[in-house]
Design a protein around this ligand. Structure first.
Ligand code: GLV
Ligand code: MG
Length: 312
């Protein structure tokens, strides 16, 4: 894993086609927590090789601030993966934080990338280790998500890819990652939950994929709230306008953040003072050790996003 980025926020993860120099130039300034420069599905097959050089150039010569910088390479079932990885990691320098591997189907595919990265790092004398982000977007990948999440200590995130997943499972939809009104409930609920459990069991950040109707910001907010409420850390953005909405959805509200601090204080007082009780009333609810853990998660997520507790 890359020590710098493993625990940095990834509320918004912005997709940038690696063949588009204009978009590459704009990517650092969009306010996204993480940006990935794509060599995979947003790049035409005829531009795949030229895109590698553009991506290297963008990583080396732009000011990325503290954004997490990632490159999505092509999947192992193409002929491009190994050259993508070698060209990017050998030439991009230390500012490259991670490689994203799409359409991961089993643990061996993550191990193969890990081994290749290890050799490249030795050859070029890289100081920091390159992290891995893995996309689950096929039926086989979902079945194997538990072994995939445990496959390498370089893994930082596990990501759901709804568009490829819909194709893989033959869902009759033509737009990726949006709600399907005809389905009573959420057609991806099982998928979200399964990926979340596998990711959390292995200490990974868990990320929701793209919402392709880029002009429908209210619908994006509604849909993103589903994975947010289940516990996901963030979601992809495809357009600058999506970044603001996504950052907002995956950040606690000020009210939640302040309440978490109040719970921690009340619990600390209850367990250490007077009768030293482990379960006490907090307003009209009972709190105990589990409440402390829940509150801690809000505090760390909020702090990661730069929040501060309101003045009394
Ligand atoms: C993302 O890669 C997706 O297929 O949804
Ligand atoms: Mg995909």
């Amino acid at each position: 894993m890359s020590e710098r980025t493993k625990n940095l926020p990834r509320r918004s993860c912005h997709a940038t086609p690696g063949s588009n120099e204009k978009m590459l130039g704009k990517a650092p300034g969009l306010g996204a927590d993480m940006v990935f420069l794509d060599l995979e599905d947003s790049v035409s097959p005829l531009e795949k090789e030229a895109a590698r050089g553009k991506v290297v150039n963008a990583i080396k010569n732009q000011d990325w601030g503290d954004t997490t910088v990632c490159v999505r390479v092509n999947a192992w079932d193409t002929e491009w993966t190994y050259r993508d990885v070698i060209t990017i990691v050998e030439n991009a320098g230390e500012r490259l934080d991670e490689i994203m591997l799409p359409k991961v189907e089993n643990a061996a595919q993550v191990v193969a990338l890990d081994l290749l990265l290890t050799q490249i790092e030795k050859v070029i004398g890289r100081q920091s280790r390159v992290g891995i982000e893995a996309q689950i977007e096929t039926a086989r990948g979902l079945i194997n998500v538990e072994e995939i999440c445990a496959a390498s200590d370089r893994l930082e995130t596990i990501i759901f890819g709804p568009a490829d997943f819909a194709a893989s499972t033959e869902m009759p939809v033509l737009t990726g990652g949006v709600q399907i009104p005809e389905y009573p409930g959420d057609h991806f609920h099982y998928v979200f939950s399964k990926i979340l459990m596998a990711g959390r069991a292995n200490g990974l950040q868990v990320i929701d994929g793209p919402f392709l109707k880029i002009r429908e910001l209210d619908a994006l907010r509604d849909y993103a709230m589903r994975s947010r409420i289940l516990g996901f850390d963030g979601k992809w953005s495809l357009h600058p306008d999506q970044v603001t909405v996504i950052n907002e959805v995956y950040t606690p509200t000020q009210e939640q953040f302040d309440k978490a601090f109040d719970i921690l204080e009340a619990y600390e007082k209850a367990t250490t003072e007077g009768e030293r009780r482990g379960a006490v009333m907090f307003g009209d609810e009972m709190i105990d050790e589990a409440s402390r853990k829940m509150a801690n998660k809000f505090v760390s997520r909020g702090e990661r996003a730069g929040m501060a507790r309101s003045a009394e």
